[in-house]
Design a binder for this molecule. Sequence first.
Ligand code: N01
Length: 643
Amino acid sequence: MTTTPGEAMPAIKPITADDDTLRAHLSDAEAPALLMTVAHLTGDLSILRDDLRPNGWLFLPQGGLTDEQQDHARELALNALRRLREGAAVPRLDRGTLRRVTSWAMGGDTEDLVPLLEQELILPGEDPKAPDWRLDQVAPDRDARVVVIGAGLSGLLAAHRLTQAGVPVVVYEKNPDLGGTWFDNHYPGCRVDVPSHLYSYSFATRTDWPDHFCKHDELLSYLRDFAKQHGLLDLIRFNSEIRAAHWDEAAGQWRLTADTPDGPRTEQCTVLVSAVGQLNRPHVPQFPGSEEFAGPAFHSARWDHRVDLTGKRVAVIGTGASAFQFIPEVAKQASRLTVLQRTPPWLRPTPHYHDAVPAGVQWLYEHLPYYAAWQRFWLLAPGLRGVLEGWVVDPDYPPSERAVSALNDQLRATLTTYLESQLTDRPDLLPLLLPRYPVGAKRVLRDNGKWLATLKSDHVRLVTTAVDRLTPDGVRDADGELHPADVIIYGTGFQASQFLAPMTVTGRDGVDLHDYWSGDARAYLGLTVPGFPNLFCLYGPNTNLSGQGGSIIYFSECGVTYLVDAVRRLVQGGHRAMEVRPEVFSEFNTWVDEANSQRAWGFSNVSSWFVNAAGRTAQNWPFPAQDYWRRTRAVDPADYELR
Ligand code: N01
């Protein structure tokens, strides 16, 4: 089927620009996405040559294509734009083309991925993942009230999808506004480190993101707009925190107690959805002398904007993803900045990390049909297949704290060269900044050079000796040196392993969820737990995509698809309760644990929030992202006791 621009694709604008203008627009485009777009639009798949295939998972900008290869892609795109200007029809993306183009890009047959990709490579206005049922059709008289806890990315999505299915939903949100982590984190420099064009719902993409990696307020606006557009604001009870949830087996209901602005409130629902996130309860280490420090001290996720850092001596503890973003901003204000690093991060070259989307690329999003969809695919692809291979332990390599496989060692070499290239003028910093653990054992951070430029500043000192204690005047390290500070900022991460804390959740037979987990949270598909019927956890245990090739929104969409199908099965079958079978849960977790132990993060001894106090990886999904999609497309009733 074909259509002309402006008919079935109102979001695409007609092309009137002259050749020179078109060339200028193409100059900043992502060459791999251009090649795919051109192949699709022209039907000439011969342009997808082996020697032009990008390598997306070696962390190289433009897929590692040379300047000549990029120029070639741009020339091909120019011809395609000329043809569109002359009125060429735009072919819809058919299965065959989808498979052939993506197989080229991913370096292997994508037949098994086609059903997934058909849901992702869509045009504005399409929503193939929307529920295909409505409560009033399948169980008109059924009480199917759902309570969602949390109005962040996952909670909003769950509320939207359930509303589409006509299921009554109420969302409890402890904060005065929606956004979850994007509400809590407003530290200077806070921005998403997953490309914005991927970090958005697949069916509600934005093509006009101002930056490649948007700042937190832009993301918050996106979520607010999403909620407003889909009528979700009226469903949210703000400033209302669920304190306790208790399963009433006889009634098939969850009984809830909440703190609300009007005082304690009781509530009940058939299905309870936890969408409380993993990274929202700050971890603040209790160093000896913490109470003695005389100045202000705060955590990155509780940034105190009343504290003026101008001219102050500031000490920052931690160099994880958050500190990496705010330290360069703090350095602009502080008179002296001490960075207390325990473990250095691996840095991934991302020259455009802080850049605005160039006007030419913006123009392409608006005028070149499917360019946005192919670009999104290009950003998604490494997480679906590819990037994980770099983290898999090869027992024959042999794996070590240097590298877990030959490919992992290759990544180390690429990233080491990148680091060294930035430290030619300060070789003294290299031993402090070169990680001694395998790439991927901790989150690899996107870098555009700002981090090391900051650490090299005269008024910034990198300290790698452990913190011993705090004093009234600053931080004393384990060598006894005092690092004077007027302000201390904790960039020390979150209590990521404390899933669903601090809520009390009591399941069947009075079992307490936290007792059941004993600090080592597990769930089936990250979603369901035996003994806790009709409870679904979004971004639950082992649903973190650690490979830097996808986004948590993808996982949320998978989890919500599963949740909506579960609600359908429950009400359509006239069931009171749906509870995962213990053997299914156990088998799944054994499978996950075995795989996690054979990944860089499970193998390495380096500290990270990917591993809990029991030494188990309770956060990460150790398989390609496509495997999670496959397992969450629909509920397998055999996995559950439905009663
Ligand atoms: O937390 P972290 P984060 N003494 O746990 C150090 C997401 N995120 O807030 O590495 C001294 O990564 C700790 O040291 P070590 C993202 O998923 C997303 O930075 O454990 N130091 C480490 O340096 C990310 O992964 C965006 O040795 C101590 C730091 O504190 C996750 O949030 C942006 C210490 C903690 O780093 C968490 O990132 C920002 C101690 N006692 C964050 N305890 C996006 O853009 C801890 N540390 C989407």
